[in-house]
Write a protein that binds this ligand. Structure first.
Ligand code: SAM
Ligand code: SF4
Length: 334
């Protein structure tokens, strides 16, 4: 169907784009950001028109799924204008899925519009249901806003997957209750191992909780049945027989998932990262701001395919070591 689909040097078809629309956020999750962050100056951030053009270049090369992320995508001013434009291309069948990863604080304002645009499912990140813990973990007191956002999204008919980072001594004891809560509301829940991305104010070895240990503990109380459901990403899925719901496990550190990778990430400054676990990137913004943007952009996407590495190289084994990848997750998006 496409003259020139995106295929990397290992024969993997790249059909999934994660596009970050801002590096800013209204929360400060301790595993993601430091309290004092230096954000990009506005001129370095792609305009909505540039983001649309970029997404269009990927769609023309066979990308079928676009996830909008950040930072917090819903704090970007006029983000719904971009969503609306992408939604129109979704509705004409130019690609298959438009989705979003959000912390949920602004969701109550946008859920209905997202559903009307053709967004079917979204990921909402939530690590605790306890007000005090939420405030400690995100450095902001916004749990009730997130919960109202979830209600609005479900009322609008959006399917929700909760993403929960498993954190030693923080939400470890709450994980079974969160799974029951999510499944009881008809939401999936995916647990994520903390990844060594960017300098933060704490030591990540103190936060790291291997999901193998979490799974062992859950198996003592529940029957977990592996599911044959692959998204080309790092998650493995398990059916919890007792709750009837689906639980995902994202285990970049205990389980390598790279062979089936189908994705690339673009930051809000227009840098394409071929792998979350590598620093290698190509600047697409310069292409877009120069002459012949479409042609140069296409050539750069070809170059990116040649540079996509075979696998990531995360390591969290040594206490006190520098992060494996110096950029924060909020730069490339989750
Ligand atoms: N602000 C939005 C949110 O929180 O959903 C979107 C961006 S956030 C960077 C995307 C996901 O990355 C969230 O689920 C968050 O919990 C996760 N995340 C951030 N830093 C991480 C880290 N160092 N290790 C593992 N997951 C991380
Ligand atoms: Fe913001 Fe998401 Fe990072 Fe939390 S995880 S600080 S909500 S970007």
């Amino acid at each position: 169907m496409y003259d020139n689909p995106l295929v990397d040097q290992f024969g993997r078809n790249i059909t999934y784009l994660r596009l970050s629309v801002t590096d800013r956020c209204d929360l400060r999750c301790t595993y993601c950001m430091a309290e004092q962050m230096t954000f990009l100056p506005k001129r370095e951030v792609l305009s909505l028109e540039e983001l649309e053009r970029l997404a269009g270049a990927f769609i023309d090369r066979g990308i079928r799924k676009i996830r909008i992320t950040g930072g917090e995508p819903l704090v970007r001013r006029d983000i719904m204008t971009l969503m609306g434009r992408l939604g129109r291309r979704l509705q004409t069948g130019d690609f298959d899925e438009l989705t979003l990863t959000t912390n949920g604080t602004q969701l109550r304002h946008h859920a209905d519009v997202l559903a009307a645009l053709g967004v079917k499912r979204i990921n909402v990140s939530l690590d605790t249901l306890d007000d005090a813990k939420f405030e400690k973990l995100t450095r902001r007191n916004r749990l009730s806003q997130v919960l109202r956002g979830l209600d609005a999204a479900q009322n609008a008919g959006l399917h929700i997957k909760i993403n929960t980072v498993a954190l030693k001594d923080v939400n470890e004891d709450e994980i079974p209750a969160m799974i029951e809560w999510a499944h009881g509301r008809g939401m999936d829940l995916t647990l994520i191992e903390v990844m060594p991305l960017g300098e933060i104010d704490e030591d990540r070895t103190d936060q790291y909780l291997p999901l193998t240990a979490v799974q062992d503990a859950l198996q003592k109380q529940w029957t977990l049945k592996p599911m044959d459901k692959s998204t080309g990403g790092p998650a493995r899925y398990l059916k919890v027989e007792e709750t009837g719901g689906v639980m995902g496990m994202i285990t970049p550190l205990t389980n390598n998932f790279c062979a089936g990778c189908n994705r690339v990430r673009v930051t809000c400054a227009g840098e394409i990262f071929m792998c979350l676990g590598h620093g290698d990137k190509i600047d697409l913004r310069a292409a877009m701001r120069g002459p012949d943007p479409d042609e140069v952009l296409n050539a750069m996407l070809d170059r990116a395919m040649l540079k996509k590495p075979e696998r990531h190289s995360f390591d969290i084994s040594e206490k006190g070591q520098a992060p494996a990848v110096p950029r924060h997750m909020s730069v490339t998006g989750g």
